[in-house]
Each structure stands twice: as structure tokens, then as C-alpha cells.
Design a protein around this ligand. Structure first.
Ligand code: BDP
Length: 324
């Protein structure tokens, strides 16, 4: 019996020491294809990690969502079955309440202000809550603003009435559509083009690069600049895997994420303009909305209900609103 135990123990010690020396092989989830700014940025992240860790952390990126839908990939990163993801913070809200700050419609005045909020106390609170849930943010990406698109123009909240609108997986978005009298339809990103084409949904909402890159513009006529959501994205890593790295490797991985984010933000500003020009050239009518007041008014109900049910979120909302 003792002999057996010592054999098992020495086996375990051997495994541990092997693990300490073995290279880490990390899989990275990316929902986007070539031609989207995040795809180049995630490739750069991989190159930088592979180079600066001298192969001690080996990163391979899987583009086009081949490792699963966003909610699935989030679960996989939490479990450590996938190590890294480029996530939108929208679908993180149902897992980490603090992340829902960015899913409140019209919470930010602009993308630069959103980054200032992330760089301040509110961002620290969100990052800590995400890390505690197993999804540690290493750097933030720009994802512009999301606007509505459908066959018809959506110039006022009344135009949403009776329309079936696809949203990402988060109750705040279903409340947002319901508050305008529409029918929200949460659905995976990969299913949206077909749903628009076959009329399963009447419309959806996204930024220009995503609208263009997965062909939603091919099955839509109007893109209306409601800009109701400014949601950042992250390079997020499984917290335990990151914390298990030596300080030097952690610095290398974090540095790579920061470098990739700088690149992504620069690419975003160029490519989102290009995406808009391309969809317009392809026949999409882009409607400017001079007064977003009626949309903002329709969202008062969403805030009231959400904050009544989640009073602990008031502090984050106040921090965001107080940020210049
Ligand atoms: C894109 C985001 C992606 C989301 C997608 C969606 O980059 O992470 O999955 O929107 O609407 O803009 O599902």
C-alpha cells in the first residue's frame, strides 16, 4: 500500500516538474474573419507573444468563430479549455454584472470618453470582477458604436415598433428593443445573415466593420445612425492560466496585448471608415439621425428598471457619467 502511494506521489511530482518546464500552448478564439481590424490585431498578439516569450507561451489564433459561438467561447475561457478570446463586453454582462455598465444604451458620450471610463475607477472595478469570474482583461479594443439596420430607415424609436430585431445575448438588449415596442431576438452572430435574408428577423444592430464583413449589408437596405451602444472589446485570458505564469512571462503577454490593442485602435479608425464607404458604394442608404433625444428618452425605462433590480450598479453609472 505504502509502496503504491509513493509510486503515485513520485509520478505526481514528475508531472509537476514537467509542467513547470513545458511550453504553454494557448488557443485563442476570434469571431471575425480576414478583413476585420480585430483579426489582424489578434494575429499580431500571437506573433508578439510567440516572439517575446521565446516560445515559452505558444499562441495559435482560430478565426471566424470556429471554436464556437461567443457565449460558448466565454464559458470555455472561464473553464480554461480555451485560453484567450477577443470578446465583446456585451455577452459578458450576463456572467459578470459589473461588465453590464457598457451595455446600458447611451451610457457613453463618445469612444474616447468610454476609454477614459475604462482607464478610471469604473474600469478597475469591472476588470477585477471579470478576473474574479475567470476572464481577465489584458487590453481594450475599440468597437465603435452600434446602430440599427433594416429594410426600412429607423429614424425614431417609433420606427422600431413591431420589428423583430436581432440582439446579442444580454437581457439589457431585449429590454432596449422592448422599450421601443420592438420584438427582440437574441441570436448567435453566425446566424444573423441568414435570418435577415429569410425574414426571420427584420433588422439587427452593429458597427460598420461587422455589418460589412459578414455580409449583413448584402441583405439590408438602410443603416440608421442611432449609435445607441458603444461597447468595448477585450483581449481576455483565463485568470488561472495567466496567474500561473512567471512575472516575466506575464509582462510579455500583457505587453503583447497592449501592443495589439494600440494597433487595433489605429486600424479600427481607418477600416470602419472604409467599411462605411464600401457598404454605401454597394447601395446601403446611411441615415444620419440629428436628434437622438427620442431614443434616449425611450431608454429611461430601461435604466429605471435595471437600476431598481440592481441598485449596486448605480455607483458605476455615476462614475461613468461623471467622467469627462
Ligand atoms: C461584433 C462583435 C462581436 C459580436 C458581434 C455580434 O465584434 O464580438 O459577436 O458584433 O453582434 O461587432 O454578435
Amino acid at each position: 500500500m505504502l509502496k503504491k502511494l509513493s509510486l503515485v506521489l513520485s509520478g505526481a511530482v514528475m508531472c509537476l516538474s514537467l509542467n513547470a518546464n513545458a511550453a504553454e500552448n494557448w488557443r485563442v478564439w476570434n469571431i471575425h474573419n480576414d478583413g476585420h481590424p480585430n483579426t489582424g490585431a489578434m494575429d499580431l498578439f500571437a506573433d508578439m507573444v510567440n516572439t517575446t516569450t521565446a516560445g515559452e507561451v505558444k499562441v495559435e489564433v482560430f478565426h471566424g468563430g470556429v471554436l464556437g459561438s461567443q457565449p460558448d467561447a466565454l464559458e470555455q475561457v472561464r473553464l480554461g479549455a480555451i485560453e484567450v478570446g477577443n470578446f465583446n463586453l456585451g455577452p459578458i454582462g450576463p456572467i459578470v454584472k459589473e461588465a453590464n455598465l457598457v451595455s446600458l444604451p447611451f451610457i457613453f458620450k463618445s469612444v474616447p470618453q468610454m476609454f477614459r471610463v475604462l482607464d478610471g475607477e469604473a474600469g478597475d472595478i469591472m476588470s477585477k470582477a471579470m478576473a474574479d469570474a475567470g476572464i481577465l482583461p489584458l487590453a481594450w479594443f475599440d468597437a465603435g458604436a452600434r446602430s440599427f439596420y433594416a429594410q426600412k430607415a429607423i429614424n425614431t424609436p417609433d420606427d422600431v415598433k413591431g420589428l423583430k430585431i436581432r440582439v446579442m445575448n444580454n437581457n439589457l438588449y431585449t429590454s432596449m428593443i422592448s422599450a421601443m415596442g420592438g420584438n427582440p431576438s437574441p441570436m448567435a452572430f453566425s446566424e444573423v445573415q441568414q435570418a435577415l435574408k429569410t425574414g426571420v428577423v427584420d433588422g439587427a444592430e452593429n458597427n460598420f466593420p461587422s455589418f460589412k464583413n459578414v455580409g449583413h449589408y448584402e441583405v439590408t437596405k438602410n443603416y440608421s445612425m442611432s449609435e445607441h451602444l458603444i461597447i468595448p472589446e477585450c483581449i481576455c485570458v483565463n485568470t488561472k492560466k495567466f496567474n500561473a505564469l512567471s512575472p516575466a512571462l506575464q509582462a510579455a503577454v500583457r505587453g503583447a496585448a497592449k501592443g495589439a490593442a494600440l494597433y487595433q485602435r489605429a486600424m479600427w479608425s481607418v477600416q470602419s471608415g472604409q467599411a462605411r464607404a464600401e457598404v454605401e458604394a454597394a447601395g446601403i442608404k446611411v441615415n444620419e439621425i440629428a436628434d437622438k433625444g427620442p431614443f434616449q428618452d425611450a431608454m429611461v425605462k430601461v435604466y429605471d428598471e435595471y437600476l431598481a433590480a440592481n441598485p449596486d450598479m448605480k455607483k458605476l453609472v455615476e462614475l461613468a457619467r461623471a467622467t469627462k
